[in-house]
Design a binder for this molecule. Structure first.
Ligand code: HEC
Ligand code: HEC
Ligand code: HEC
Length: 465
């Protein structure tokens, strides 16, 4: 099985809306759709003009450097936004396009399990129904072989295909920030891959979401030219990192909470959001520092999937696996710098001797069922399991990911550099709600400096989801 396939299995790409907001969204959407249907063309709200996004300065002078480690990294001479003086040949552009397509993780949604690269068919579950990533190979009938570079840019930038408005399940809200030169490079790369005669699957959406027209209203209401920043900075690294996070990596699509209509909440950039099962944690500088993250450790995490703070799992695993592991060291540093800002807050140290006297039952459970892999002192075991001591999942205020990891376990994952760990078994059957609560509280207090405030009810709710 290819890397992409393996990662795909784990993917539960979800647009997030809880049940309560779904109904109001449904009603409002219905109203919007009816409004559009009632309008004639001249009154139809137009999607925003294809304005050039404010170009991050660094894309004009990319911080990319070839270093021999990332084989597919573009050469340092491959300039992007300023007319492409240094990018002489088509093959250079294709190489850069491949790098950018990885940084933007197009494969995540367009290359399916056991499928040809970019031939589509990846199911993307959402509260509105299931979307399927489309065929974006140069096949003339099924793919985008008939598209021009202009058409392609319009799809990334405005969410408009030549014949129809796209659903924001395709993250053009983020790709809108991409430069024209980078869009052209990705286009050149995609046109160079093998055409695949794989027909597109019809999305399986409920009314009114199956009415594409509504998307133009959505664009008109919510499509913004920029995304708000989650940190402060102005260095070249920070600017490049902003471009990597916002325009390419579309980190906000999972890590920023959404409003009633599924739009990104501009007031809480990267503030954390619940996905289908686990949540994408708060990535703002203070929150990262409170969980012990430094620029160096974030680089390690994005480059290898494993850091002293733990491993990437759930929806984050394919992000590392298909995308960030291929970033050059310079880009890894830039991305990490953007998250923590130019003046990163100091990581919060763990207390020396947390008081766990009241948590004996939890401690005994830990020793009985977890310590074999995670070690009796919580420091983990190389090539077996990550540390619990200082683990960022244990250090989250919201116990959700910790409890879900214990309930569900984590499928076997392979990591770059031939690192592999065992799978983490799920304990849903073996342990009761009360036991999982006791265990979680022990971990939170002993290894995470969090309150021991998990109760059986919290576990019960997560078990039922
Ligand atoms: C989070 C999932 C996701 C990611 C990541 C993603 N796409 Fe898409 N894309 C989709 C979905 C879903 C559609 C279909 C949307 C629709 O039918 O309205 C789509 C549609 C498209 C289309 C229109 C194709 C057509 O036939 O109409 C193009 C072009 C495209 N994507 C290119 C890309 C490129 C290039 C990237 C990377 C830079 C990318 N996509 C990343 C989900 C994604
Ligand atoms: C058979 C070995 C094994 C046992 C037993 C085990 N774990 Fe794990 N655990 C792992 C491995 C391996 C990972 C990392 C998986 C990955 O990311 O691929 C992990 C990951 C985790 C994580 C997610 C944190 C992270 O950074 O990846 C938590 C939380 C966790 N374990 C808690 C527990 C608790 C609590 C118990 C006891 C109920 C337990 N584990 C028992 C092997 C184990
Ligand atoms: C498809 C959804 C998704 C996307 C896209 C995504 N993430 Fe995540 N991310 C998650 C989830 C879920 C977790 C929690 C699991 C874990 O810790 O590995 C997570 C965890 C993380 C963590 C670890 C936080 C901690 O304290 O444990 C970091 C750092 C992170 N993401 C950064 C990013 C960056 C930077 C990007 C963009 C390049 C990104 N993520 C894109 C879903 C996503």
């Amino acid at each position: 099985m290819s890397d992409a396939n393996e990662a795909r299995k784990k993917r539960g790409y979800a647009m997030r809306l809880n049940r309560a907001t779904r109904w109001s969204a449904l009603t409002a959407c219905l109203a919007a759709v009816l409004l559009v249907a009632a309008c004639n063309d001249s009154t139809l709200p137009k999607p925003p003009k294809p304005a050039q996004p404010p170009m991050p300065k660094t894309t004009a002078a990319p911080v990319l450097v070839t270093n021999g480690m990332a084989a597919d990294a573009p050469s340092a001479t491959a300039s992007s936004a300023n007319g492409g003086t240094a990018e002489n040949t088509l093959s250079e552009r294709i190489t850069r396009g491949k790098y950018l397509a990885r940084a933007a993780d197009c494969a995540a949604c367009h290359t399916s399990a056991n499928g040809a690269p970019f031939a589509g068919g990846v199911p993307l579950k959402s509260p509105y129904g299931t979307f399927y990533g489309t065929n974006i190979t140069p096949d003339k009938t099924n793919g985008i072989g008939g598209w021009t570079a202009d058409d392609f840019y319009r799809a990334l930038h405005d969410g408009m295909a030549p014949n129809q408005a796209l659903y924001p399940a395709m993250p053009y809200t983020s790709y809108r920030q991409m430069t024209r030169a980078d869009s052209d490079a990705i286009y050149a790369y995609l046109m160079s891959v093998k055409p695949a005669a794989v027909p597109n699957r019809k999305h399986d959406l409920s009314f009114p979401y199956n009415v594409r027209f509504g998307m133009r209203v959505w664009d008109w209401m919510f499509l913004k030219d920029t995304l708000p920043d989650a940190s402060k900075g102005q260095s070249a690294d920070w600017l490049r990192g902003r471009y990597l996070a916002n325009a390419l990596g579309h980190c906000a699509e999972c890590h920023t909470p959404r409003g009633t209509f599924g739009q990104l909440d501009g007031a809480k950039p990267l503030g954390g959001a619940a996905l289908a099962r686990i949540s994408a944690p708060d990535l703002t500088p203070d929150a990262l520092a409170a969980r012990g993250w430094t620029v160096k450790d974030l680089q390690t995490f994005f480059g290898t999937g494993i850091a002293p703070q733990g491993s990437a799992f759930g929806e984050m695993y394919p992000v590392v696996h298909l995308s960030t592991q291929y970033l050059t060291p310079d880009d890894l540093r830039a991305l990490s710098t953007y998250l923590l800002g130019d003046a990163p807050p100091a990581p919060t140290p763990l207390p020396d001797r947390p008081d766990t006297l009241q948590l004996k039952a939890g401690r005994n459970l830990y020793l009985a069922v977890c310590a074999g892999c995670h070690a009796a002192d919580g420091t983990g075991k190389p090539h077996v399991a990550v540390a619990m001591l200082g683990n960022s999942t244990v250090r989250q205020k919201d116990p959700r990911n910790l409890v879900v990891a214990i309930l569900d376990g984590i499928e076997p994952q392979s990591f770059p550099g031939r690192e592999a760990m065992q799978d983490m078994p799920g304990f849903a059957r073996q342990l009761t709600d009360a036991q999982i609560a006791e265990l979680s509280n022990y971990l939170r207090v002993a290894y995470g400096a969090q309150a021991g405030d998990v109760n059986s009810e919290i576990v019960r709710q997560l078990r039922q989801k």
